[in-house]
Design a protein around this ligand. Sequence first.
Ligand code: NAD
Length: 268
Amino acid sequence: MEKKLDKQVAIVTGASSGIGTGCAMALADAGATVVINYPFPSTKAAADEVVKSILTTGGKAISYQCDVSKEDEVVKMFGDVVQQLGTVDILINNAGLQKDAKFTEMSLADWNLVIGINLTGQFLCAREAIKEFLRRGDDGKSKSIGKIICMSSVHQIIPWAGHANYAASKGGINMLMKTIAQEFAPQKIRINSIAPGAIQTPINKQAWDTPEHLSNLLKLIPDQRIGQPDDIGRAAVWLASDDSDYVNGATLFVDGGMTLYPRFVDNG
Ligand code: NAD
């Protein structure tokens, strides 16, 4: 791949599995030095495996433990990365999880857990990233002084029964992303979202782990295949590179057509 992100430092949150790993590998392939963020000691081995495969292919990466829902840990991560790698040029705000329940049975703890990681985590990381972009200013590496890509979901527009906390977090990401894109565009910071459809990762294993589940899922996907982390990784590289320099405050749907209302194909 052309080294469009050469000399740039990228933090990818939740990068020890799934879409985060896909983004990290693609960014490293495009020349970025990538910080593989993972939340807990139990996910360190997986994060180190991602680092290893990037180093093996000639890329640059380190792993870093931080729970994105904890303000002190996020502030420390950005401080440590700036000290070790000089700056941060790209943030992929990817960490997220689901804790599903019927709405009447959803506990406040489950609501707070999902909002805390999926939405507050993106707020905290974006805030620290923007502070660093402004501190460093234009150093000639890119047309923007910094780029943020927020991992949203098709559920920022598709309501999802039984997943009120998750859908609310993704709807929130949409307005967080647009608002800060508007606020910092004059300073040459670009902020966009990717809204994946169904991507084959641990988060949605129950949707593809048997032929029957997969066949049901494919009814929702006009392109007739489940997405792979690399589908998102390539989109992330484009949004992080100067190729998308005039794209700001946008959501790129990477969903095989899931948002085309496929059930209406036979006249509804
Ligand atoms: P995944 O479960 O493989 O990845 C989620 C990652 O987030 C894991 O690596 C996990 O360790 C990390 N994480 C969880 N809590 C964290 C915390 N407090 N701090 C830091 N990291 C934490 O699932 P995925 O599908 O790769 O999900 C990645 C993102 O993509 C999520 O935001 C998810 O909502 C979004 N997404 C996924 C799909 C899909 O179909 N897979 C679709 C739309 C959106």
